[in-house]
Design a protein around this ligand. Structure first.
Ligand code: IVH
Length: 666
């Protein structure tokens, strides 16, 4: 079939208009209406079209320009060297392609790249003359930017004078201005309590602040700066990008500590993985890694396209947020009968994973965020956590319907009850409501509880549905014969399961308590209980006041524990477990662990430890982790690139433990 060029032309034209509009919202107004990932998708689509049909490249296509239009108010300054953009890689393939091209063009197997986090801030060009801060200009359209010298001057970490004698006469630098996440949250909290409009992200604050005509605003906002390039480096005799950054660092200019030379493909890729693994612990937002060919000679050889250098690439992280439609809301019953609203979404790709369901937490959250069916919603996914609906895009709202709590349990049909003074609704039919029964058995058998292996979801369902077991206490009367009668249960898997059940009979007190699945009694509360009561019997007979006297146990958890052990049904189950051979191993009460009652705060990144690892170790020794430094903090564990907690710890004279001393601590 012949291609209809005229209809294609209309399509390309409208795509250009849409992209240009979003460019304007983003660059000129600092008010983006779509996600970066959505913008990138539109842009790639346009580029694909233009690659296929070069006759459809319009003059005003965003692919033919460097940046966006400017807003009035500041003096315009032409950049000495255009502030180009970077080519993007959005997956391993794109990055490999870049690397292979370098291998070919530079005729070398290993390419020495300099890798840096890609800061999600505002691009700026800063000039020093004879070591004195001279001017700062925004990127603007890449050719001409705005003179924001006065505002940038308010950034405290920016030296106004370089305290070294042999600085080059003229030093033109590239940098990124940003705001730390904690400052951003603080600012938004203040704005919210003053009922003012809050900012969507730290990038928008940085951009919005630098482009305020009144420098007083900038001076109050504690902006930060990182330098990542020297434009006129050759005049100083630097041979590599790394030389330049080291030199400007010695001038006292802030350079990111995470930057690293990656001398081959494997180290380059490892760097990417490493930064992703520590991304959540960074004090600032980054959205990818920038790789630059380190040698200036090689950079020169490779040259530029009209838009970007051929010697660099921005390998973007997959976005952890996406926009989609909330198609429906269903209700899910949890282990303790709590009914949770779940968002059924039009499937959307978030960070490489197709998401079609997300948590809505509870009805109060739904009301607070004003989420309705058929709304366009932003969905977030962080690490392995269940995706959640973060907020609604009110501008996209058309016909929407309010979400109403189901009156009956979606599983067993029992009337739902609301728990007084809480945002929680519950199905009270705990003994016969299948999801509750199944999940409590699975919880009992889980790794941190009795650690019974081979008891997957479908087997539990079969056992319950066939009336072989009614609850977790029945597990210890299971025999191999009843297992072998079941579909798909072979001798080996049945024997393994029975052996695992037998092995679980000797169990420490804390694990046993955790297995019972008492509401809000997790691993750490179970530990506290096991250390506070010398036997199960004594705990079962404790009154509320005794429970609440224990540190860490508040009135709600105290009530949950008390109520659990008052119920005859629970008493019977426990008796049944004991009669069937459960042997609880007690720890002597009163033995204090190494860090009992001590609170630790962690900041920065660690070379040889995952943050979670440090936290777990401290907790297992009785210590607590907090995110706030106070006079009660026992010690701050200090990694590289610490946040504001470090200064606070110094101010309050708190013990500081550096990574080198961690082996002794842990
Ligand atoms: S190098 C010739 N390094 O990303 C290009 N840019 O998408 C020089 N950015 O406008 C840019 N962190 O403002 C470079 N470590 C980094 C960066 C970085 C953030 C920004 C930069 C640029 C944009 C390109």
């Amino acid at each position: 079939m012949p291609i209809d060029i005229s209809s294609l032309r209309t399509e390309v034209r409208s795509l250009i208009d849409i992209i240009n509009h979003h460019n304007y919202l983003y660059h000129a107004l600092d008010q983006p209406k779509i996600l970066d990932s959505e913008y990138d998708a539109l842009y790639s689509k346009l580029k694909e079209f233009e690659k296929k049909y070069p006759q459809l490249i319009f003059n005003d296509s965003p692919t033919q320009r460097v940046g966006a239009k400017l807003l009035g108010g500041f003096n315009k300054i032409k950049h000495k060297n255009a502030m180009l953009s970077l080519s993007n890689a959005s997956n391993d393939n794109d990055f490999d392609e870049f690397y292979i091209r370098l291998q070919k063009d530079l005729n070398d197997k290993d390419i020495i790249l300099f890798a840096e986090p890609k800061f999600d801030g505002l691009a700026i060009s800063v000039t020093y003359k004879n070591g004195i801060y001279h001017s700062a200009v925004t990127r603007g359209d890449g050719e001409t930017g705005e003179d924001v010298t006065t505002n940038v001057k308010t950034i405290k970490s920016l030296p106004l004078k370089i305290a070294i004698t042999d600085v080059p006469k003229i030093l033109i630098l590239r940098a990124e201005i940003y705001m730390t996440i904690s400052d951003f949250n603080r600012l938004n909290n203040t704005l919210a309590s003053a009922k003012e409009k809050i900012f969507a992200n730290p990038r928008n604050v940085a951009a919005g602040t630098i482009r305020q005509l009144d420098p007083l605003i900038a001076s109050k906002r504690n902006l930060q700066i990182y330098f990542h390039g020297v434009m006129n480096a050759s005049s100083s005799g630097d041979r590599t990008h790394m030389d330049s950054l080291q030199r400007i660092k010695s001038y006292g200019l802030p350079v990111c500590e995470l930057n690293k030379l990656t001398p081959n493909l494997a180290t380059a890729k490892n760097y990417y993985k490493h930064i992703i693994s520590i991304r959540d612990s960074l004090e600032y937002e980054i959205d990818g890694i920038v790789y630059k060919v380190n040698s200036y000679e090689s950079q020169k050889l490779l040259g530029f396209t009209t838009k970007a250098p051929k010697w660099a690439i921005a390998y973007k992280f997959l976005s952890a947020e996406a926009m989609t439609t909330l198609v429906n809301v269903t209700f899910q019953v949890g282990r303790t009968g709590v009914i949770t609203p779940v968002a059924e979404l039009k499937p959307v790709n978030i960070g490489g994973v197709l998401v079609s369901r997300a948590s809505l937490h509870n009805m109060d959250e739904i009301i607070r965020k004003d989420i309705r069916i058929n709304d366009t919603v932003y969905v977030k996914r962080a690490g392995d956590v269940i995706p959640e609906v973060d907020r609604v895009s009110i501008t996209h709202r058309k016909k929407s319907t309010k979400i109403i709590m189901s009156k009956k349990c979606p599983s067993c049909g029992t009337l739902v009850i609301k728990i007084p003074n809480q945002s929680t609704y519950k199905c009270p039919n705990e003994d016969n409501c299948l999801p509750q029964v199944m999940q409590s058995i699975q919880h009992f058998a889980s790794r941190k509880a009795m650690n019974i292996s081979g008891l997957g979801e479908s087997l539990v369902e079969t056992l319950v549905n066939n009336h072989i077991i009614k609850n977790y206490a029945d597990l210890y009367v299971l025999d191999i014969k009843s297992l072998l009668n079941l579909d798909r249960m072979a001798l080996k898997s049945s024997t393994n399961l029975i052996n695992s059940i037998i092995k679980s009979k000797n169990i420490t007190f804390d694990r046993f308590l955790y297995s019972l699945g008492i509401r809000e009694v997790g691993v750490s509360t179970s530990r506290v209980l096991s250390k506070s009561f010398s036997t199960l019997d004594i705990l079962m007979n404790a009154d509320k006041a005794e429970l609440e006297m224990i540190n860490d146990i508040g009135p709600i958890v105290g009530e949950n524990i008390y109520a659990f052990f008052k119920l005859q049904k629970n008493k019977n189950n426990i008796l049944k477990l004991i009669n069937n051979g459960i042997h609880i191993i007690y720890q002597e009460v009163g033995i204090t662990q190494e860090y009992d009652g001590m609170t630790f705060v962690i900041t920065g990144v660690f070379e040889n430890y995952q943050r979670k690892e440090i936290e777990d170790e401290i907790r297992s020794k009785g210590g607590k982790i907090s995110s706030i430094i106070s006079k009660k903090t026992y010690a701050l564990i200090l990694g590289a690139n610490p946040g504001s907690k470090y200064q606070k710890a110094l101010d309050l004279n708190i013990n500081i433990i550096e990574e080198g001393s961690l082996p002794r601590l842990l």
